[in-house]
Ligand binder design. Structure first.
Ligand code: FE
Length: 342
């Protein structure tokens, strides 16, 4: 009896000595902080658990709140992986010092170099395209982003806020390609063409274009695909009225934004975290991104089965490194502010 007691207390001591962090690390668990709010992402997490036996514990939050939360949790943060949307937000996580570099031959082989940095990786692509009201504007009038500033579109352009990351990233790409002065001139031209002050999200712009409240706007492709694949007849009707143009096909190509993630500096389950990122670059996960949330895979040659993406067709994508979008983000906001693009 006594020896049992000694053995038990010895075990207890060992457990204490191991420390809770190490015990935590031995569990088959991954703590995922995600700002992706897409229901279809469940399939991603289930697929990872099936392959590795590692259970994904997810905390969802708004993009900027999640970053703040991880920063406030500091060294005690349980977060292993951060997943979020928009290159500028991923760059913000980097600048806040939340991420840690990952060396993985799998990620390097699978993800094109312009779509990754040392500590964050893109896993899916969305393009920012021009949309127009069929019968009101001709597609050849809106071939390029520069056309949005053309005086012939006066009173016809709708937009979401210039402060939204999607527009900031688009502006960052314009600054990267053409410089600040030309970018500002463009922004001023677009403001002059506004049909109404900026409001709403991308889907609101699509509906406004369909309803004829304005004739031209920009939208991320997955919002268009979502309406095209909707169960609601009125959504599909909306899309029948809207034409889609791949911008700048003779130039740099359509502006691309990403969804991506990285391993957090204080991750208790670092090994599982790297495995998770590697899983996200697998053919299976890449297909989930495409078929579930209507985004394009970052990995070349992945076969997808998404009728809406197929209907949108092939296009030339801007190959500007995602790091550059981040670099010009602050400038993008300044340029929008100076142009009165609220
Ligand atoms: Fe979105």
């Amino acid at each position: 009896m006594k020896s049992w007691y000694c053995l038990l207390s010895a075990l207890a001591l060992t457990a204490t000595a191991l420390g809770s962090a190490q015990l935590q690390a031995q569990e088959k668990v991954l703590n995922l902080y995600s700002a992706r709010h897409y229901q279809t992402d469940e399939a991603l997490y289930d697929g990872f658990t099936r392959q590795t036996g590692i259970v994904v514990k997810r905390i969802e939050g708004k993009e900027d709140e999640l970053l703040e939360r991880i920063r406030n949790e500091g060294a005690n943060s349980p977060a292993d992986v951060l997943l979020t949307v928009d290159a500028a937000r991923l760059a913000a996580a980097h600048e806040m010092g939340l991420l840690t570099p990952v060396k993985s031959s799998i990620l390097e082989a699978r993800i094109p170099v312009h779509l990754r940095t040392a500590d964050w990786f893109s896993f899916s692509l969305r393009a920012r395209v021009i949309i127009y009201t069929k019968g009101v504007v001709k597609p050849e009038e809106v071939r390029n982003y520069s056309d949005l500033a053309d005086p012939r579109l006066k009173g016809k352009v709708c937009s979401r806020s210039g402060s939204h990351p999607y527009n900031l990233s688009l502006m960052a790409s314009i600054i990267a390609h053409q410089g600040e002065a030309k970018a500002e001139q463009w922004a001023k031209g677009v403001v002059t063409n506004f049909a109404r002050p900026p409001k709403g999200g991308d889907t609101d712009q699509i509906r406004a274009v369909a309803a004829g409240e304005c004739a031209v706007a920009v939208s991320n492709t997955y919002y268009l695909a979502r309406l095209m694949r909707s169960d609601k007849p009125e959504d599909r009707k909306t899309m029948e009225k809207v034409g889609v143009v791949w911008p700048d096909q003779q130039g740099h190509g359509a502006h691309i934004n990403v969804s991506g993630g990285g391993v957090l500096k204080n991750a208790p389950h670092r090994e599982a975290a790297v495995k998770f990122l590697e899983y996200l670059s697998s053919d299976e996960a890449q297909r989930y991104f495409a078929d579930g949330n209507n985004e394009w895979p970052v990995v070349a040659g992945v076969k997808i089965a998404n009728p809406a993406l197929e209907a949108l067709g092939r296009f030339k994508a801007d190959s500007l490194p995602v790091g550059s979008l981040a670099m010009y983000r602050a400038k993008a906001q300044i340029v929008f502010d100076r142009a009165g693009y609220r």
